[in-house]
Design a protein around this ligand. Structure first.
Ligand SMILES: [Zn+2]
Length: 64
C-alpha cells in the first residue's frame, strides 16, 4: 500500500520560485525544504516552522 505523498510548493508561500518537493516521507519533504530555503533563499528556518506548509498531493493533479 502506497502512503499518501506530501508536498511543499515554494510558490504557495510567497516566493517567486517554481521549486517543489514531494515524498511519502514527510520528514524528507521537510528536510529538503529546509535545505532549499537555505541555499536558494538564504533563509534559516526550522523543521517546525515548515511543518504547516505540508499538504497532501492531490490525486490527478496536472491531469485534469
Ligand atoms: Zn524556493
Amino acid at each position: 500500500m502506497a502512503r499518501e505523498q506530501k508536498t511543499i510548493v515554494c510558490r504557495e508561500h510567497g516566493r517567486e520560485c517554481d521549486w517543489e518537493v514531494r515524498d511519502s516521507d514527510e520528514q524528507e519533504v521537510l528536510l529538503a525544504t529546509q535545505e532549499h530555503e537555505r541555499r536558494r533563499h538564504a533563509a534559516e528556518v526550522t523543521i517546525e516552522q515548515l511543518r504547516w506548509r505540508l499538504r497532501p498531493v492531490r490525486r490527478g493533479i496536472g491531469g485534469l
